[in-house]
Design a protein around this ligand. Structure first.
Ligand code: ADP
Ligand code: MG
Length: 263
């Protein structure tokens, strides 16, 4: 490969549509309609759009979380580093280690701070004490939580504040060294200080772990996105460099949404 060869995107989404099965007596719901996009390695993609646009469905398809939570029909292709994640040969558990997920509500396991982080690595068979200790510090540093908890790693994680728990969730995700980190409105319940810490953490993380952040806060998308995608009623209206989306979008609907004229 020469220096000017185009980087292989970490994620390539091609013509993805998703329809939720109809509940008894109800109508099926087309949640995504022919979505195509790529995500470059080492970047943050921010995903914006009003509620019910399909943002969460999109994210849940990327690590096959959707197939755990219920029925629906997917068409199109999702390639992680060129490999079809829905191919029979792709183990879903391996995929979920490679593609981590952080939810909107801060959640901690009913364990110490240290054991929250080590839960995944221990399942993965890591037993060396120095390696485990190293992981605890490295991931808490990356999530901007280390300084606040380093003297009380044995404290039950549920004693932490919501913002701290959310950063712990991010640290827990990073402990499996994922290639891609998906976050679904992770700051929607947090104060501005915790939100700022998470934004800093994502900017630091992205060089090692590519980030896709769904956010209901367009200002947050503008602050930390390298590229931004705007979803509206199941469609990807447009995707581009964040600066362009926020200053000179192609589509009038994008302009109206970021200007707050609807949403
Ligand atoms: P967003 O995250 O942008 O708010 P969602 O992906 O949650 O959008 O929802 C997209 C559409 O799919 C909405 O119309 C929503 O009602 C529908 N939907 C989401 N989850 C389910 C489900 N489990 N069963 C049926 N319809 C669903
Ligand atoms: Mg959602």
């Amino acid at each position: 490969m020469t220096d000017n060869a185009p980087m292989m995107p970490i994620l390539r989404v091609e013509g993805v549509s998703f329809v939720y099965d109809s509940p008894i007596g109800g109508k099926s719901v087309q949640a995504l309609n022919d979505i195509s996009l790529v995500v470059e390695t080492g970047t943050i993609l921010t995903v914006i759009g009003p509620s019910r646009s399909g943002k969460s469905t999109f994210l849940r398809l990327l690590n096959r979380l959707q197939e755990v939570s219920g029925g629906g029909h997917l068409t199109g292709t999702i390639l992680l580093e060129g490999r079809d994640i829905y191919d029979d040969s792709y183990d879903a558990y391996q995929l979920r280690r490679e593609v981590a997920f952080t939810f909107d509500k801060p959640q901690a396991l009913d364990l110490s701070i240290r054991e929250n982080i080590l839960f995944g690595p221990r399942l993965a068979g890591i037993t060396r004490r120095d390696e485990l200790d190293g992981l605890v510090e490295e991931t808490l540093q990356a999530a901007f939580l280390w300084d606040e908890v380093k003297d009380r790693l044995d404290l039950n994680a549920n004693r932490l504040s919501g913002g701290q728990k959310q950063r712990l969730s991010i640290a827990r995700s990073l402990a499996l060294r994922p290639k891609l980190l998906l976050l679904d409105e992770p700051c929607s319940a947090l104060d501005p200080v915790s939100t700022a810490a998470i934004e800093q953490a994502l900017i630091k993380i992205k060089h090692r772990t590519t980030v896709i952040l769904v956010t209901n806060n367009t200002k947050q998308a503008a602050r930390i996105g390298d590229r931004t995608a705007f979803f509206l009623m199941s469609d990807l209206v447009e995707i581009g460099p964040t600066r362009v989306i926020f200053t000179n979008p192609n589509d009038q609907r994008t302009d109206d949404y970021i200007a707050g004229r609807f949403g």
